[in-house]
Design a protein around this ligand. Structure first.
Ligand SMILES: Cc1cc2nc3c(=O)[nH]c(=O)nc-3n(C[C@H](O)[C@H](O)[C@H](O)COP(=O)(O)O)c2cc1C
Length: 184
């Protein structure tokens, strides 16, 4: 798929069929993360690839953080079912010590954001779907997955074949709202 077409047609996918993900497609998604640019090429990421159904159910449950969602009137994370339904969940972790901090900005989050977009575009390119799930109980998930101390869990990515065709998706701001020329 042409790069700009992939960027423009990717949508968050939250409903998956039970069709398994071919190992070579999973490999291509993992290699897309491997190629992401990162602070000083430190590649701060580690990925936990979860395929076990019981584990995925549990991860889905841990994607509901009551203190966060109750503020918005949600009864669950919109992606909770997707985490149990998709045949693969990629848990994206980072070692902040392997990235930079400048003017109070933690660049491991930038590294992981770029890696996440590579992951989602590579999935989309191969006819797969995914969604960045950024809300979860990090402590309990860390215990479940035996994540070492100091390593942060940044995002969960259910991965599989979409059960429904992507529609237009949520609208974007017009360029005139966020692009400034020469000065703000
Ligand atoms: C950092 C981040 C965290 C997100 N967390 C969640 C989440 O917890 N649950 C969910 O359903 N979607 C989550 N999303 C997906 C966004 O809701 C989605 O990307 C946005 O609405 C735009 O839709 P699109 O991806 O289809 O273009 C997250 C996206 C980002 C980038």
């Amino acid at each position: 798929m042409e790069t700009l077409t992939a960027i423009k047609t990717r949508r968050s996918v939250r409903r998956f069929s039970d069709q398994p993900v071919e190992p070579e497609k999973l490999q291509a998604v993992l290699e897309a993360v491997q190629q992401a640019p990162s602070w000083s090429n430190k590649q701060c990421w580690s990925l936990v690839v979860v395929q076990n159904q019981e584990m995925r159910n549990k991860i889905g449950e841990l994607s509901f953080v009551e203190s966060f969602f109750s503020t918005y009137g949600y009864k669950s994370n919109p992606a909770q079912k997707a985490l149990a339904q998709a045949p693969v969940v990629i848990v994206a972790c980072a070692d902040p010590e392997l990235s930079g901090e400048l003017h109070g900005q933690q660049y491991y989050m930038a590294d992981m954001g770029i890696a996440a977009e590579n992951l989602m575009l590579a999935a989309h390119d191969q006819g797969l779907g995914s969604v960045f799930v950024g809300v979860f109980d990090e402590d309990q998930l860390g215990d479940l997955l035996e994540i070492p101390p100091g390593i942060r869990i940044v995002g969960l990515f259910p991965l599989g074949y979409p059960a429904v065709d992507a529609k237009g998706g949520p609208p974007r701001k017009p360029l005139t709202e966020f692009v400034h020329y020469d000065k703000w």
